[in-house]
Design a protein around this ligand. Structure first.
Ligand code: PMP
Length: 353
């Protein structure tokens, strides 16, 4: 058979990582530990089933307009997709079409190189500094575009808007995608730069700070021309951007700003407590502006640590990449869950030392 060989070795990112055991403390995929807004329950309880027999609004007008108001941009500057993974995939397809490689950090979101391989886009990984910080001047070489998350994942380190502006200024020929999946947990968004730079595309998600990973809703913000190019590609696959229920749930979430803010603050507070507890146990951590922390313990392998935690029913993310093989990415759960993690870590360290 003539299978497409470049599709054959792709391992889905979440493969094996969605355990079915509810007694596990699940801290491996950066989900939100809290339920989404109660306004969504009210919506679902009174939802008119008749609406589901019709195709959804193809333009998702209300949600696009609500997001445009939220970010103070025009409706034509908003693109919606099924999770930011789809938005990213379509962005790679739409924007990266040059013979020069696109640039991305050497340690970053593992799906970026996967999309490049799938779509035949040349790419180059740019090393980070020893402390995992990113130097934007490393991205001033000829390229076919740039993609990076801010804050970066899995390092959790954020870049300032000034640094990102430098990137945009020096790379006006190609699109610069800033993936703001984790921006609400302490970084500063570059949304205000959309006015000034038509090469900026920002990708966002409802999966993390809005606790809605289960509905698959992500979006891009950019110059109307870039957004139109994204819809060209999207519509050639499926002209309904997102389903009706997802549109309504997204709107309900946006209408509960108070709940959203409180919940994000709670996660940030838990992260701070968790990081200081880790530091008193002599763990190394990076300065996190995300809903996860990146940690390692001197002289203890990532594999051992992750396995020991798993034996205690705590699942965290570890990495095969040799550069970070001893580092773990731990999602911030509830305060109680993180206290349990600390108790388990103490136990493991006593046993190992
Ligand atoms: N970007 C980054 C940096 C991520 O870590 C993730 C989640 N794994 C995504 C995008 C995709 O999130 P979603 O498809 O749920 O919106």
């Amino acid at each position: 058979m003539n299978w497409r060989n470049n599709l054959r070795h792709v391992t889905p990112y979440v493969s094996g990582e969605q355990p079915r055991f509810s007694e596990m403390i699940k801290l491996n995929t950066n989900e939100n530990p809290y339920a989404p807004s109660e306004k969504i329950k009210t919506l679902l309880n009174s939802f008119d089933l008749e609406l589901l027999k019709r195709y959804p609004n193809a333009d998702a007008d209300d949600l696009r307009s609500a997001l445009a108001r939220y970010h103070e941009v025009k409706r034509e500057q908003v693109f919606l997709g099924n999770g930011s993974d789809e938005v990213l995939a379509l962005s790679f397809l739409s924007f990266f079409n040059s013979k020069s490689p696109i640039l991305m950090p050497e340690i970053t979101y593992s799906f970026y190189p996967v999309y490049c391989q799938l779509f035949g886009i040349p790419f180059k990984k740019i090393p980070l500094k020893m402390n995992f910080e990113l130097d934007v001047t490393d991205y001033f070489e000829k390229n076919g575009g740039i993609v990076l998350p801010n804050p970066n994942a899995p390092t959790a380190i954020a870049l300032s808007p000034e640094k990102i502006e430098q990137l945009l200024k020096e790379n006006q020929e190609g699109i610069v995608i800033i993936d703001e999946a984790y921006i609400d947990f302490g970084g500063t968004s570059v949304c205000p730069l959309l006015e000034k730079y038509d090469n900026l595309v920002i990708v966002r998600t409802f999966s993390k700070s809005r606790a809605l990973a289960g509905i698959r809703l992500g979006y891009a913000l950019g110059h109307p021309e870039a957004i139109a190019r994204l819809y060209d590609v999207k519509n050639s696959f499926n002209s309904y951007p997102i389903d009706r229920l997802t549109q309504e749930i997204g709107l309900a979430s946006l209408n509960d700003e108070n709940y959203f803010k409180k919940q994000v603050e709670k996660i940030i507070k838990t992260r701070e407590n968790f990081q200081s507890a880790l530091q008193s146990l002599k763990f190394e951590t990076t300065p996190s502006q995300a809903n996860f922390v990146f940690v390692r313990y001197p002289n203890l392998s990532g594999e051992t640590l992750a396995q020991q935690l798993r034996d205690r029913k705590i699942i965290v993310r570890r990495f095969e990449d040799h550069l970070i093989k001893d580092w773990l990415r731990i999602t911030i759960g509830t305060e109680k869950e993180m206290e349990e993690v600390i108790l388990s870590l103490k136990e493991i360290l006593e046993q190992e030392n």
